[in-house]
Design a protein around this ligand. Structure first.
Ligand code: NAP
Length: 294
């Protein structure tokens, strides 16, 4: 047992799934949940997702030796300030936010030298939200990016790494800026594109026919366009410049494909499709290898 009591603030898809994974892994003797809605806390206790809940954040902090902040990104700094003001700002803390530069900077500013914060971003999740979507195996075999900065203590980085490993995840260490640049390409751009595909279909008047003529290909490619717009607008806002960089790169590549199509250069188009297909296959092969290795 590595921890006595892990606190999780924000018991939605990620926070609730984390609580379930912690309980099944036995990495902590207890899990305490915090959330803004009494109905979420009630469900969390009734479904055995957490061992206990606290309505008021400050009331449960004295028992914790590790806190995970799993709220929407814009709420993280507020919780870190309240942690500091409660006198418990020195406990081990991580978060799960999808953008790291602003969160890591806020944590350094708020918790200062005495803080023990190291950021995390589990590359696990779905288009669903809320505690009803929480499931135990969400992080198993999935990559988690851990983002230490110049203020992070190595001992804390090692503890966070070993925490995620106990849940069956595969830790990857990146600097916060490298994370934001790379995740803008591998996650934020695909979300923007999935929303764009659906957005481009709004003009098609006969929606019933549209649905009837849509197969699994469309549903697979646009599954993530069913994600919470509020959460994603916030992510796009916070990682705007990195996302714009890749949007421009995407536009350049898309224009190349469009030109081949417009000019009838189908040999050239097929070559491009073949190199895209080869890269896509590599994702499946390497992920399988890493997951077996974890
Ligand atoms: P979610 O299912 O909507 O859960 C969010 C949780 O935060 C809920 O427990 C909610 O409380 C609470 N919350 C919402 N607004 C709040 C506020 N104003 N003050 C305090 N608590 C508030 O969202 P999620 O998908 O778990 O996302 C949470 C974090 O995980 C985000 O930082 C996101 O970037 C990150 N993340 C998400 C994914 C994904 O695929 N969804 C993947 C990796 C990382 P109530 O429900 O009790 O009201």
């Amino acid at each position: 047992m590595k921890f006595n009591n892990i606190g999780i603030v924000g018991l939605g898809l990620i926070g609730g799934s984390l609580a379930l994974a912690i309980k099944s892994s036995g990495v902590s003797a207890a899990v305490t949940g915090f959330s803004r809605s009494p109905s979420t806390l009630d469900k969390a206790v009734r479904r055995g997702i957490v061992d206990r809940c606290c309505d008021k954040f400050e009331d449960g902090l004295h028992e914790l030796d590790f806190l995970v902040v799993a709220t929407p990104i814009g709420k993280i700094a507020g919780y870190l300030s309240r942690l500091k003001d409660s006198g418990r700002g020195g406990i081990l803390v991580t978060d799960v936010a999808s953008v790291k530069m602003p969160v890591v900077a806020d944590a350094s500013r708020i918790l200062g030298d005495a803080g023990n914060f190291v950021g995390s971003h589990p590359l696990a999740g779905s288009e669903k939200r809320g505690i009803d979507s929480a499931r135990e195996g969400l992080f198993r075999g999935r990559y988690v990016v851990i983002t230490p900065d110049g203020n992070s203590k190595q001992e804390n980085v090692d503890r966070i790494k070993s925490f995620w490993k106990s849940l069956g995840s595969i830790p990857v260490i990146l600097a916060p800026d490298e994370h934001d640049r790379l995740i803008a390409l591998t996650s934020h751009l695909p979300h923007l594109l999935a929303y764009s595909v659906m957005y481009s279909m709004l003009g098609f008047k006969d929606k019933k026919k549209l649905v009837a003529c849509s197969g699994k290909g469309l549903l697979d490619t646009t599954r993530i366009a069913a994600s919470d717009p509020g959460l994603w607008a916030e992510i796009f806002r916070l990682n705007r410049s990195e996302l714009l960089y890749w949007v421009e790169e995407f536009e350049r590549c898309f224009r190349e494909l469009k030109s081949d199509l417009a000019e009838g250069s189908f040999d050239k188009l097929e070559d491009k499709l073949a190199s895209a297909q080869k890269l896509r296959s590599r994702f499946d092969e390497e992920r399988r290898y890493n997951e077996e290795d974890s």
